[in-house]
Design a protein around this ligand. Structure first.
Ligand SMILES: [Zn+2]
Length: 261
């Protein structure tokens, strides 16, 4: 992924930026200062995101070529971790794509991408154990996971409309300012969701790393590689949460800016 396309993926939609600039014509100097600051913040977050992606890809490439000594595949690792935790009602299945690994609490399946499912590398074991960490969270009713799961239907219902409500809210900023605040409230839910995701991800990684070491899947020589791979994977969630927060602040600034005139 290039830096430019990564930047583009992070910023609010082009239409909204155009509208915001149009309404920004009568800005005071403090508002202008705030706008410059938020764009600098967007720039830093996009840069951090680009660095994290580049590091993540290079580390996964490196650790994907280092095999575990015991020859276990990602599937074997996930199943052993499940059984070690007394979980027998979760299935480990293979799913298409690259980096598509996830745990589905709806049908209790650990979905591993093909390179992870049949791979025997340190990276495959780390990813498989991380996803199994989510299955363990589900089994023990880990509170942040429950909260995150409760937000999923809300987010999927609002995500279809949020950008349209915000766009319309900006267009109707002078005549019907409440609409933009409705859009902001909807967007805030996705920001909350991305922050609730952070402890869930960190905890799944902690469970994975502790088990990999205790069960003897990794040894002193490759435990640090598993730690490193999952750490960089975790940073992608931090960058996404910060990007969401900056976007929320940006919309709030647009809404507040219209009140001052
Ligand atoms: Zn995860």
């Amino acid at each position: 992924m290039t830096l430019i396309s990564f930047l583009a993926s992070f910023l609010p939609s082009g239409e909204i930026i155009l509208q915001a600039n149009y309404y920004g014509n009568g800005q005071s100097s403090t508002q202008m200062g705030g706008t410059v600051l938020i764009w600098i913040l967007f720039g830093f977050i996009a840069l951090a995101g680009w660095i994290v992606q580049a590091q993540l890809q290079s580390r996964f490439k490196k650790y994907s070529s280092l095999s575990l000594r015991n020859g276990m595949t990602g599937k074997d690792v996930a199943e052993k971790m499940l059984h070690d935790h007394g979980i027998y009602d979760v299935q480990v299945i293979s799913t298409r794509g690259h980096l598509t690994d996830h745990y589905n609490p709806m049908n209790k399946t650990i979905n591993l991408s093909e390179p992870v499912y049949s791979g025997t590398s340190v990276a495959a074991a780390a990813v498989a154990a991380h996803e199994t960490g989510h299955a363990v969270q589900h089994a023990v009713s880990y509170a942040p996971l429950k909260m995150r799961s409760a937000l999923v239907p809300v987010i999927s219902a609002t995500s279809r409309w949020v950008m349209w409500v915000i766009l319309l809210g900006i267009i109707m900023l002078q005549t019907f300012p409440a609409l933009l605040w409705v859009g902001i409230a909807m967007f805030a839910l996705t920001t909350i969701f991305s922050f609730v995701t952070l402890p869930v991800e960190k905890n799944a990684t902690n469970r994975a790393l502790a088990w990999l070491s205790n069960a003897g899947i990794t040894d002193v020589s490759n435990q640090s590689q598993a730690v490193d791979a999952l750490r960089w994977a975790g940073y992608t969630y931090v960058v996404a949460a910060l990007g969401s927060l900056a976007t929320l602040i940006y919309y709030i600034m647009i809404a507040l800016g219209s009140n001052r005139r």
